[in-house]
Write a protein that binds this ligand. Structure first.
Ligand code: PMP
Length: 353
């Protein structure tokens, strides 16, 4: 892969820094910074509502961004792609919508490795609807317990909510196997793609899933924008998360009907400049090639895991060993030293974790 360091002004500004916190949020390359600055400076206008030419140009930029993001995950119909505030909002949107469809006697299956963003919305969905929340555990090597999953999914199951890659363990659950299991019982597979989409090629059709949420800021784009893809049938069957301007078809003082997707889920003025930045980040990643990005990361992960195990005494590394189901997030503990102290000491040596 070509040397990309020079594309990141943050790294130039901090030449001694080893920035190892991209799982939390990534730095931005020049193309993203430039695209957002020039759009904001000379092309900014509200979208979808203005009759003047520049509003239409901004609308085209916003809708082109939707097509770019959709194409990045293999979605043929950009209308199925909703811009959100981020992964958290996307998962809340889909969980809130599905809550109305749940009933006593139904079940929702989550896993023990979920981020709060893909756990709490389902806790609330099941509490509010009276459905049962079932939790799948892990194997001793920190993979998803597939036998445990198989024993928890049955005719009552409406949703299997699972991460594409654990932000703690680096584990990448087998999404095609999970969606096949869920689909056999008519359950929807809802994926937290926050750590998956930035790091490997994703094709939603090949994964067999029904929805995936991810955010721009973990993939070289800005904060404040993310995307939620839902299969059209799911998107059309749920109620919108937020209501207000832009999402209505017809309105009277006492009633309203919803616009078709994706507008139905995009109440209010959307993050327009951020959409331009998001699409530019995706163009940048696509220019590198996600297969190359993923292969480069696999090499770095292998090296880091080897060095941690061999060179540092008293370190325990969590997550599965190197392999295709092991992403680049690495968690470790140092015997007798609190994690905060490890991070502070590393920071003093110019390593941000
Ligand atoms: N899911 C996973 C796996 C994550 O790593 C994160 C971010 N730490 C989130 C969800 C939430 O993303 P955001 O805070 O950008 O909404």
């Amino acid at each position: 892969m070509r040397d990309v360091r020079g594309d990141f002004p943050f790294l130039e500004a901090h030449p001694q820094l080893a920035f190892l916190d991209s799982a939390a949020s990534t730095q931005k390359p020049w193309p993203v910074i430039d695209a957002m600055a020039s759009f904001q400076a000379a092309a900014y206008a509200n979208v979808h509502r203005g009759a003047y030419r520049l509003s239409q140009v901004a609308t085209t930029a916003y809708e082109n961004a939707r097509s770019t993001v959709a194409g990045f995950i293999g979605v043929a119909d950009p209308e199925e792609l909703v811009f959100t505030r981020g992964t958290t909002t996307g998962l809340n949107l889909v969980a809130a919508g599905i809550t109305d469809l749940l009933d006593t006697g139904d079940s929702v299956v989550v896993t023990e490795m979920e981020h709060h963003a893909n756990l709490i919305p389902w806790q609330r969905a099941t509490k509010r609807s009276g459905a049962e929340l079932r939790v799948v555990g892990l194997t001793p090597d920190h993979r998803l317990d597939m036998a445990g999953l198989a024993s928890r999914v049955d005719e009552s199951t409406k949703v299997v909510a699972v991460t594409g890659m654990s932000n703690v363990l680096g584990t990448k659950p087998d999404l095609p196997a999970i969606s096949a299991l869920a689909g056999a019982f008519g359950a929807a597979t809802i994926v937290d793609g926050a750590q998956l989409v930035p790091h490997s090629p994703v094709d939603v059709a090949g994964l067999g899933i029904d929805a995936i949420a991810f955010g721009a800021h973990k993939m070289l784009g800005p904060t404040g924008i993310g995307a939620l893809w839902m299969r059209r049938s799911l998107a059309e069957s749920i109620e919108p998360f937020e209501t207000g301007g832009e999402m209505i078809r017809e309105v009277t003082l006492t009633d309203a009907t919803w616009a078709p997707i994706p507008a139905k889920f995009e109440a209010g003025t959307p993050p327009i400049t951020e959409a331009v930045g998001f699409a530019t980040a995706i163009d940048y990643l696509s220019g590198l090639g996600m297969t190359e990005v993923s292969a480069h990361e696999a090499g770095l992960t292998e090296l880091a895991l080897e060095r941690l195990a061999d060179d540092v005494d008293g370190v325990t590394v969590f997550g599965p060993p190197v392999g295709p189901d092991r992403g680049g997030v690495i968690s470790f503990a140092v015997d007798g030293v609190h994690a905060h102290d490890v991070a502070t000491i590393l920071d003093e040596h110019g390593v941000a974790v």
